[in-house]
Design a protein around this ligand. Structure first.
Ligand SMILES: Nc1ncnc2c1ncn2[C@@H]1O[C@H](COP(=O)(O)OP(=O)(O)O)[C@@H](O)[C@H]1O
Ligand SMILES: O=C(CO)[C@H](O)[C@H](O)COP(=O)(O)O
Length: 564
């Protein structure tokens, strides 16, 4: 099911002819579970929003696939919806962001199968796919110098191990026939413009490209992908442009027809979704909100983009090497700044997984439906109901979760880690489900604290969190992040801040702003601020001690089991 909403936030309305701003931008955001589009004006106000689910396949454990044709079709559906009823000639620019999944096409740009079944419809290896474990281990054993720029250890979620997997496992059906390997954001900008140039963001963050030195031949040769060097990087990109740059002649006639927009609309070089979220929130004017970061440099702000996964985006003027945290990446998000990207591979997906797998889930669904609430709104009010004299957070005094059900991305960079729950009882009722949900939300927030501590130990100085993404719509998730990190959390005026980030790209491509920084400052706005409840700090400090013990114990268990 897809959905269209016309919005009147910020005083602007599509229907109010007189107030209508003259320039619009369209942002398209391809998340893990759905594609969203928004019509955004020059002040960053969302005037229309539409979303559409996309297909996912999990043919084997740890194999996650999608279809680039399905994703593009969804982009067309949502874009057509958000521009309904306006004069499309007022659209000045289009920007895409997407998850960092790997799209494989043949020499004629047709989809190629990334699976043993030979299903060419499934031509995308998703970012969370962990099939290339053996390949990434071998890549890390090389200790090649490019690994310094991904936190010291390459993640199985990056593209090099996935490419090596394709070469070693699907040589005839995929590798030998392949003409183009795209990061998903670059696939979308190519579909829109016919230009195969890649975004500096994708190539630097996921493909080991250096903004200063370009590709490193010795890395590809060392890991057994010398094919790319011989081919002069034609298949993975040898024209690299900064995000927000206008591509070619804009929308091609074919793409324009499919998207419902005029031919030639400027299309921006794209961004990975987390990075677009960063642009959408990090540059806001914070004056008058009582925030510590007022008067501090922008480097004191950490953007946390929380959807299926959470990404912690911190910028700096000089490179900072944080063990287990991706980067430092130059100009990969905000031009001229270095970026470190911490992350948790599953956060929204983990909450969904634990809640949906609990025996009381059908009861929760029925009760939430009866009240016309989302299951999370219901759970939050249920927690309020069962809490004792203290804050809700104290309900988990004896229930603790380690959240790495899909390995640890940061700061341990250990994909072998597993999830843990301690404190289970012989109870399967709704109270039990609600408390497990709370402990999971808290564990994710402790994971954020763990990442921030690693970033600060390496030289970052962070004072304020800027949250966006689906999970930032959950007030419990937001409050727990404030309480557990002890930092204020800023939510943007536009809840769909990732789409504002995509629209900022479109605005830059249009030439209406002279720089990404200017567009950020004009288009991102502070909405709500959530302050930490400092009176609860002692309790969360104790729970954090337990949190750190959990992983220590997990490592001890595996040492015992692997010993003689
Ligand atoms: N209103 C909401 N309340 C609580 N959680 C929400 C809400 N909306 C989305 N989420 C959670 O956010 C996650 C998805 O976020 P989203 O940003 O849409 O993901 P993605 O970009 O990965 O597709 C899901 O786990 C979902 O449960
Ligand atoms: O690696 C990432 C960004 O660098 C993201 O985790 C990935 O793109 C998925 O994002 P989302 O959780 O929003 O679907």
């Amino acid at each position: 099911m897809s959905c269209l909403r016309l919005l009147t936030a910020g005083g602007g309305s599509m229907m109010s002819g007189e107030q209508e701003p003259r320039s619009y931008y369209v942002g398209v955001d391809v998340g893990t579970g759905s594609v969203r589009a928004a019509l955004v004006d020059q002040r960053g106000v969302l005037l229309a929003f539409a979303d559409q689910p996309i297909k996912k396949w999990e043919p084997q454990f740890n194999h996650h696939e999608q279809s680039s044709a399905d994703i593009w079709a969804a982009c067309c559906v949502v874009t057509k919806k958000v521009v309904q009823g306006i004069d499309v000639n007022q659209i000045r620019g289009l920007g895409f962001d997407a998850t960092c999944s790997l799209v494989v096409l043949d020499k004629q740009f047709r989809p190629l199968p990334v699976n043993q079944e030979g299903d060419s419809h499934r031509n995308v290896i998703m970012w969370l796919d962990h099939r290339a474990i053996s390949q990434v281990q071998r890549i890390n054993e090389t200790k090649h110098s490019v690994l310094q720029y991904v936190g010291g250890v390459m993640s199985v979620e990056m593209q090099a191990p996935k490419l090596l997997w394709l070469k070693e496992n699907l040589r005839e059906t995929c590798w030998d026939k392949a003409g183009h390997f795209f990061d998903l954001p670059d696939f979308l900008s190519w579909k829109a413009t016919g230009v195969t140039a890649r975004s500096l963001c994708s190539l630097v963050c996921k493909w080991t490209y250096s903004a200063e030195k370009g590709w490193d031949d010795s890395f590809w040769e060392m890991i057994g992908l010398e094919d790319f060097v011989a081919d002069n990087y034609n298949k993975i990109g040898n024209q690299v442009l900064p995000p927000g740059t206008s591509l070619g002649s804009g929308l091609t006639p074919e793409a324009a027809k499919e998207l419902g927009l005029p031919t030639g609309v400027p299309v921006a070089v794209s961004l990975i979704d987390a990075h677009a979220g960063g642009l959408g929130v990090i540059g806001a004017d914070v004056r008058g909100h009582g925030l510590v970061c007022e008067g501090q440099p922008v480097t004191s702000r950490l953007a946390v983009i929380c959807g299926t996964s959470s990404c912690h985006m911190g910028i700096s003027t000089d490179p900072i090497f944080v063990p287990g945290v991706w980067g430092p990446y130059f100009s990969a998000m905000v031009p001229g700044f270095w970026l470190n990207e911490g992350g948790q591979s599953v956060t929204g997906k983990l909450i969904d997984h634990l809640v949906q797998g609990h025996p009381a889930f059908p009861e929760l669904q029925a009760k939430a439906t009866a009240r016309c609430q989302s299951i999370y709104a219901y759970l939050n009010s249920h927690l309020d109901l069962i809490k004792k004299a203290q804050s809700v957070g104290f309900l988990t005094v004896d229930l603790h979760v380690w959240p790495d059900f899909h390995g640890n991305r940061s700061p341990l960079a250990d994909l072998t880690l597993k999830g843990m729950v301690t404190g289970l009882k012989l109870s399967q009722d709704l109270d039990d489900l609600a408390i497990l949900y709370l402990a999971t939300v808290q564990a994710i927030a402790f994971g954020t604290r763990f990442i921030i501590e690693a970033m600060e130990a390496a030289g970052h100085s962070i004072s304020t969190l800027f949250l966006c993404g689906g999970l930032s719509k959950n007030p419990l998730f937001v409050q727990m992040h404030a309480d557990i990190t002890g930092m204020s959390v800023v939510l943007s005026q536009e809840v769909e801040s990732v789409l504002v980030g995509a629209a900022i790209l479109g605005a830059c491509a249009s030439g209406d702003f002279t720089s990404v920084q200017e567009a950020m400052a004009r288009m991102s706005k502070v909405g709500k601020v959530v302050f930490p409840r400092l009176e609860d700090k002692k309790y969360y400090d104790k729970k954090y001690q337990v949190f750190l013990k959990l992983v220590e114990h997990q490592k001890e268990y595996s040492a015992i089991m692997s010993g003689d």
